[in-house]
Design a protein around this ligand. Structure first.
Ligand SMILES: Cc1ncc(COP(=O)(O)O)c(C=O)c1O
Length: 444
């Protein structure tokens, strides 16, 4: 039996999807990738480019939803992965790589004095909530209405609530994201709107005796929406949570890529705990929870039984730790500057594309993250975004990734996530391709 990589079939994406449908519900294992009539199956990638099973190569502006900060197959990262794989894949002994990655992140991220690792952003948020509850002694958690923090059912609630059900702005209804979610779990969640300081304060004060944890992605609402948090809002949230004795968690799973010291370094607001993932694994699965020593002491076994018992078969595995350490070491302040310049060049070009094609829209850029929005104005919170997603705006937003794919771009949710592998020439090619896609959209 040929177990080598050349044993992989030459099936087209359509045929692979047919095979997938027979053995996986609807053919998928990751709902974020659902595409009609079928997804493109990836075969290989190099630097900024990804090639599918149909032989099409495109510029990759998704970078596995922000985890591939160096694009694909960065030489140093591939080398350490191969060397480490030959030496030790995983074991029930810690390896030095976890110490090295921990040292690097503690040195860079302002709020992080100590850290622990896990295998995804979802897991990081789940463990961070346990830590915050143990520390505060209060079980309820508050998050943004419309905020995304991964797959933990408590935090998934009201990720995409509908207007008919969401209730008053001052008392948002907590709505299950999945059938079967226990009501008792939803009762543990409190919601507040983004960028509305007065309402956020009022809601947190009303629930002050029960809420011990507040979690927010400091970049804003959630990936792909282009709805960003005002700095003043985050400053007010920090002040309010501190005053009310609540543990503030910054979910930087996504937003850490904004700068050398994360988003918290840019806005100069320090949370109690920070969750991380994606880019810190160099392309391999990872998650991390870090924070001040006092909160992190809930994990400590020094005084006997810890308040929070955290473990896991692949926790701190040497493959993710080694790849993450190398990828992060290459992310110098200069590399972040380069990504910011790339984002600005792209944003300026996409703005020109909107004007040239007479398309109503907006381009929002933060560092290596650039969003193309077709809403009337730039939304300030979830309800504003929802209200602006008219059938025409939704149809255009949904058609653009497909039109851009025809033009040689891999873009999901009209969000462009940069990488150090993307050159100025790739950016210019992207702007030209997006302009053609916008023209095609107008003609459709
Ligand atoms: C802000 C944020 N938190 C958490 C997660 C979940 O991370 P993972 O998919 O690694 O579980 C994501 C994923 O996109 C995210 O954007």
């Amino acid at each position: 039996m040929n177990l080598g990589i050349d044993a992989i079939s030459k099936d087209s994406s359509a045929r692979l999807f047919e095979r997938a449908r027979a053995v996986m519900p609807s053919g998928y294992t990751r709902n974020m990738l659902v595409t009609k009539p079928h997804p493109f199956y990836a075969v290989s990638a190099e630097g900024p480019y990804i090639t599918d099973a149909d032989g099409r190569t495109r510029i990759d502006w998704v970078n596995n939803f922000a985890s591939l900060i160096h694009g694909h197959n960065k030489r140093e990262v591939v080398e350490i992965i191969s060397q480490q794989a030959a030496r030790l894949l995983s074991a029930t002994m810690p390896a030095e790589w976890e110490v090295r990655l921990a040292e690097l992140l503690v040195e860079r991220i302002p709020s992080v004095e100590q850290i622990r690792f896990m295998n995804s952003g979802t897991e990081a948020n789940l463990i961070a909530i346990k830590a915050a509850r143990a520390f505060s002694g209060r079980s309820k958690v508050a998050k943004l209405e419309g905020g995304y923090h991964g797959q933990y059912d408590l935090l998934e609630a009201s990720y995409m609530p509908k207007a008919e059900e969401w209730g008053d702005r001052e008392r948002p209804a907590v709505l299950a994201h999945n059938a079967g979610t226990p009501r008792s779990l939803l009762d543990e969640l409190v919601l507040f709107p983004l960028n509305d300081i007065a309402t956020m304060r009022e809601i947190l004060m009303r629930h002050a005796s029960e809420v011990g944890t507040v979690i927010i992605d400091p970049s804003g609402l959630s990936l792909g929406t282009g709805v960003y948090a005002d700095r003043e809002f985050l400053v007010a949230l920090r002040e309010t949570t501190e005053r009310l004795g609540m543990v503030l968690i910054f979910d930087e799973v996504w937003s850490l890529r904004a700068g050398y010291n994360g988003t918290q370094g840019i806005i100069d607001v320090t949370p109690d705990l920070t969750t991380m993932g994606k880019m810190i694994g160099g392309g391999l699965p990872i998650g991390a929870v870090g924070g001040k020593r006092d909160v992190m002491s809930v994990f400590s076994v020094d005084q006997g039984e810890p308040k929070v018992k955290h473990s896991g078969t692949f926790t701190g595995n040497p493959m993710s730790m080694a790849a993450g350490f190398v990828a992060m070491s290459l992310m110098t302040p200069g590399a972040f500057d380069m990504l910011a310049a790339q984002g600005q060049r792209l944003a300026a070009g996409l703005k020109r594309a909107l004007v040239d094609t007479k398309t109503h829209g907006h381009v929002v850029n933060r560092g290596s993250m650039t969003n193309l929005l077709f809403t009337e104005s730039i939304p300030v919170d979830y309800r504003d975004l929802y209200a602006q997603l008219t059938p025409a705006v939704s149809a255009l937003s949904a058609s653009m990734p497909k039109l851009m794919a025809v033009e040689g771009l891999h873009v999901l949710r009209n969000m462009f996530v940069g990488s150090t592998a993307i050159s100025d020439a790739d950016v210019d090619q992207t702007i030209a391709a997006a302009t053609r896609a916008l023209t095609a959209a107008r003609q459709a």
